[in-house]
Design a protein around this ligand. Structure first.
Ligand code: UDP
Length: 310
């Protein structure tokens, strides 16, 4: 039986990845310090003999006694307000945490997958974003703590691949949504869904003309699993290319919830990217993967999840 470590495995994406690995016959060890993760995301697995949870900060020395076949490094604050409130932890988990997780993969001869991000492209000047674009990032702005940590993490990952021969993968994850997001993490999906369900005004930042492309979580996790099992070592975008403005997204949420909340406009956060859309030609070609869940369906499932939590 294959054994995987998922750092950040009590978080939104990490917990869904752990579930998929268990379904596909893996043994799963989750490490999480629970600063943004939540044990409720993994509670359904506690009685599973193939599942283990270790409450631990992955920026410290890592030791796992039993043989690992794969290390998935998903630990990190991941919403703009989280990394603004946790700037040092964000930098540490992307740098020290990635180093420790890579060292562990090397010691076990395990493959390694880094959860990277579309934020490595910053406020992109190339649209849609292809993997060969180097990005437009402000290193000293408030978002720089996340963007630069992930850029460093990618560089460290490639160094372990080239210098130590570790079989590494890098997934660049674009905006993803679904059950187990935190209602108050500040990201646009839980923010709008929570506001609409409570009958509050929907807070669109700026004039709402900035664009994002939203991927449902099960599509993303399937793409990540295929990438992990592939032979590809260079960064690969995984996301849903269907792009929309934030204002249109607010209207879609209002419609899907049946809410008559007003839309109000608030100040745009510093360095908020104006456009974002993944070019997924590489994932299509290499992994025979593309997203399947349409926005209406994904949003319906997400609203169902949040309905009794608002
Ligand atoms: N946004 C918004 N209202 C909110 C939260 C976010 O208009 O209450 C906007 C935000 O400015 C950005 C987009 O929605 O343009 C997506 O924001 P999110 O925080 O989800 O992630 P990002 O894509 O910026 O990393």
């Amino acid at each position: 039986m294959n054994h995987a470590l998922v750092t950040g495995g009590a978080g939104f994406l990490g917990s869904h990845l752990g579930d998929l690995l268990l379904e596909r016959g893996w043994r799963v060890t989750v490490m999480d310090n629970l600063i943004t993760g939540d044990t409720r995301n993994i509670a359904h697995n506690v009685d599973n003999p193939n599942f283990r949870f270790i409450h631990y900060d992955v920026t410290n020395y890592l030791f796992v006694p039993d043989k690992l076949d794969a290390v998935f490094h998903f630990a990190s604050p991941a919403s703009p307000i989280d990394y603004l409130q946790l700037p040092i932890q964000t930098l540490k988990v992307g740098s020290l945490g990635t180093h420790k997780a890579l060292g562990l993969a090397k010691a076990h001869g395990a493959r390694f997958l880094l959860a990277s991000t579309s934020e490595v492209y910053g406020d992109p000047l190339v649209h849609p974003q292809t993997e060969d674009y180097w990005g437009n990032v402000n290193p000293v702005g408030p978002r720089g703590v996340y963007d630069e940590a992930k850029r460093f993490a990618e560089a460290m990952t490639m160094a372990y691949h080239r210098f130590h021969g570790v079989d590494t993968k890098i997934v660049r994850i674009f905006n993803t949504y679904g059950p187990r997001m935190r209602l108050n993490d500040g990201r646009v999906v839980p923010a709008f869904v929570g506001q609409a369900l409570r009958g509050e005004e929907l807070t669109v930042f700026g004039d709402g003309s900035q664009t994002r492309s939203f991927c449902y979580v099960s599509d993303l996790i399937e793409g990540i699993y295929r990438l992990a099992m592939s032979e590809e070592n260079n960064p690969t975008n995984i996301g849903n290319p269907s792009e929309m403005t934030v204002l249109d997204f607010a209207k879609a949420i209002r419609k899907a919830t049946g809410s008559n909340s007003n839309i109000i406009f608030q100040e745009l956060p510093v360095d908020d990217p104006k456009v974002r859309q993944p070019d997924i030609s590489k994932a299509r070609r290499l992994l025979d993967w593309e997203p399947e869940i349409p926005l209406e369906e994904g949003i319906r499932r997400t609203i169902d999840y949040f309905r009794d939590k608002v």
